[in-house]
Design a protein around this ligand. Structure first.
Ligand code: SF4
Length: 284
């Protein structure tokens, strides 16, 4: 069986940077407390946990006596920084530079919209860590919409400025913007803030998925990016299977004379996990 790994899959630079920050601190023997899952990949989180990193909630910070708090790539709301400061703990901020830039843009837009009684709209998943951080830049006044069915949460009589969660599909974002523009009676500003590290991967992963009779997509169950990229694979290759670990692999997939398998994954999928998957499938 020929098993090949997509060379464009794996950590994006934001996630890579956060994992490197955590790994460096752990190597120095520091106690590391990451607020929330460092990456939406259960296997990588397990690996870091074995090296001594704990995943905590912001509420737990008050009970920590020593060690360094780590903010992951998704970014945090301004209130989170205040909580760490109040606890007097050192902070390693591994927020992705792309997300940090987006925070700044939303803050600026929020100040401007406030002066003209306008609204900030965020197209994203309510409750997702990144979206909580984005909305936090607007004192949680931003209107979060998950899809077109929610656009009526917006007041179409007031100015509107729209941003997108970085991992959202740019195509869907565009459709939502058009719907809002049709209904609005006033100015609509919009910014396609989806991350090119994710959106650029869709055509590439589709090229890869088309080239194999069977695709094994490796991704975390909680990863939005994994969902988007897996959907992209499935669109061009119906024989694409989503797995999070080798336990999810079903031998029957390889029954029908499959002699070539492509392994690919999300921006949150570690290289070592795709390699482990490839080695496992080669044994069939
Ligand atoms: S997907 Fe983009 S925004 Fe998100 S962590 Fe990776 S590089 Fe940063």
């Amino acid at each position: 069986m020929v098993v090949e790994i997509d060379k464009h899959s794996g950590f994006c630079f934001g996630v890579k940077k956060a994992i490197e920050s955590a790994s460096q601190m752990l190597e120095l023997g520091e106690e590391v407390f990451c607020v929330g899952d460092i990456v939406h990949n259960e296997e990588e989180a397990k690996r870091l946990n074995q090296l001594g990193m704990s995943i905590i909630k912001l509420d737990d910070v008050k009970d920590i006596k020593s060690g360094t708090v780590l903010f992951r790539a998704h970014g945090e709301a301004p209130t989170s920084y205040k909580i760490i400061e109040k606890a007097g703990l050192p902070l390693k901020d591994a927020t992705c530079p792309v997300v940090l830039k987006l925070h700044q843009r939303i803050r600026k837009a929020y100040d401007e919209q406030n002066q003209q009684n306008g609204q900030i709209v965020i197209y994203g998943k309510r409750g997702h860590a990144e979206v909580i951080g984005l909305a936090g830049q607007t004192q949680n006044e931003a209107i979060v919409i998950e899809d077109e069915s929610e656009i009526d949460l917006i007041d179409f009589g007031k100015p509107i400025e729209i941003f997108a969660q970085t991992t959202k599909s740019p195509r869907k974002f565009q459709q939502i913007v058009e719907q809002i523009q049709k209904k609005s009676h006033t100015e609509v500003k919009w910014h396609n803030t989806t991350c090119k590290q994710v959106t650029g991967r869709v055509p590439r992963i589709q090229e890869f998925a088309k080239a194999y009779p069977l695709i094994v997509f490796v991704g975390g169950k909680k990863s939005s990016n994994a969902k988007v990229l897996f959907r992209a694979c499935k669109e061009v290759n119906p024989k694409s299977h989503f797995v999070s670990s080798i336990e999810d692999v079903e031998k029957e997939w390889f029954n029908e004379g499959i002699d070539k398998v492509g392994i690919c994954g999300a921006t949150s999928t570690p290289q070592w996990l795709m390699e482990k998957m490839a080695d496992f499938i080669r044994t069939f």
